[in-house]
Design a protein around this ligand. Structure first.
Ligand SMILES: Nc1ncnc2c1ncn2[C@@H]1O[C@H](COP(=O)(O)OP(=O)(O)OP(=O)(O)O)[C@@H](O)[C@H]1O
Length: 306
């Protein structure tokens, strides 16, 4: 599979503030690529540079096999961009908004009508097309904003935190839409600070923090490379962890303990043995599932929610 997008050493400075400090990642054609990072990490800045909204202060971008900075106009025709802030005319109907944006992309007549019908179906809002946008929920507005970015059938769709502050129904619609776009061969770049979203949607992820990509890879790769091995246990009374061998770290978590170890099965056997011997009632004993939260913690020393 070839790369549709390759970014190398992207730099951006706002006045005196360095927002991007050498961002590099590559996106395979036909994949859903997640850009995961906390607020202020540089996700929106990266996306704005990719879509020509902002100029970079250094670095290279290759898109569709071309130098994106030299062939900006030709490349932008193949990109759909859904910014974080909703951009719609509130007093117009969804249909008229789509008609306006379609004309901006150079569509007209029957072709435009057909595309509007198609994107309304894709977003599940055909029945509400004639209502003014101001009567829409936040989630419906977001879906129409995505529809507007799809009118010209882009090869690459860039979505900047599309599910922030929206209802679960709209969120599910957006997820279904992204999955079906991917099936049709569209490449998607999706930024978020919700780990469960990248786990549900993305083939590959770049974790971005303080203007730098700290790692890139599939979930499996990230879990294997950076995920901790650990068990979770809850007991009726306090457990003598000092009697356990082979433990690397112990953290309190909810009502129990997370115990890191290179040998979780062996540790569970020790815990069962000691609990029988000391008559300590165990409420829960399980291998901790690998999580992106743990990967992020091991790479940056903080949680995504810090
Ligand atoms: N127009 C601007 N002027 C000055 N600083 C800015 C501007 N836009 C962004 N920044 C700063 O650049 C850094 C990266 O911001 P950016 O919006 O790209 O992050 P983000 O990962 O998208 O975060 P969020 O999820 O909050 O949008 C932050 O420190 C932010 O405060």
């Amino acid at each position: 599979m070839s790369f549709l997008l390759e970014i190398q050493d992207l730099q951006k400075v706002y006045k005196n503030k360095k927002a991007l400090d050498g961002v590099s990642f590559s996106v395979k054609e036909g994949s859903c690529f997640g850009l995961l990072g906390p607020n202020g990490a540089g996700k929106s800045t990266t996306m704005k540079i990719l879509t020509g909204v902002l100029a970079s202060d250094g670095g290279n971008i290759s898109m569709f096999g071309k130098d994106a900075l030299k062939h900006r106009k030709a490349i932008l025709q193949h990109i759909g961009y859904v910014p974080q802030d909703i951009v719609l005319y509130e007093k117009l109907s969804a249909y008229d908004n789509l008609s306006f944006f379609g004309k901006c992309y150079g569509l007209d007549g029957d072709v435009l009508k057909k595309r509007i019908d198609d994107v309304l179906k894709q977003t599940g809002l055909t029945d509400r097309a004639k209502d003014t946008v101001k009567s829409y929920s936040g989630g419906m507005k977001r879906r129409i904003n995505i529809a507007a970015a799809l009118l010209h059938n882009p090869k690459l769709l860039i979505l900047d935190e599309p599910t922030v502050g929206i209802d679960p129904q709209s969120r599910n619609h957006i997820f279904d839409m992204i999955r079906s776009l991917k099936e049709q061969g569209t490449t998607v770049i999706y930024s978020t600070h919700y780990m469960e979203e990248v786990e549900a949607l993305c083939d590959e992820i770049a974790i971005i923090d303080k203007g730098e990509v700290v790692t890139q890879g599939t979930l499996d790769y990230l879990f294997t490379e950076y995920g901790r091995k650990a068990i979770y246990m809850e007991s009726e009374t306090s457990f003598p962890t000092e009697k356990l061998t082979g433990i690397e770290a112990v953290h309190s978590h909810h009502q129990g303990l997370i115990i890191e170890t290179a040998a979780p099965i062996d540790l569970m056997e020790q815990i069962i043995h000691i609990s029988k011997e000391k008559k300590i009632l165990l409420h829960r004993l399980e291998i901790e599932k690998p999580s992106l939260e743990a990967v992020f913690l091991s790479l940056t020393g903080k949680t995504l929610r810090d």
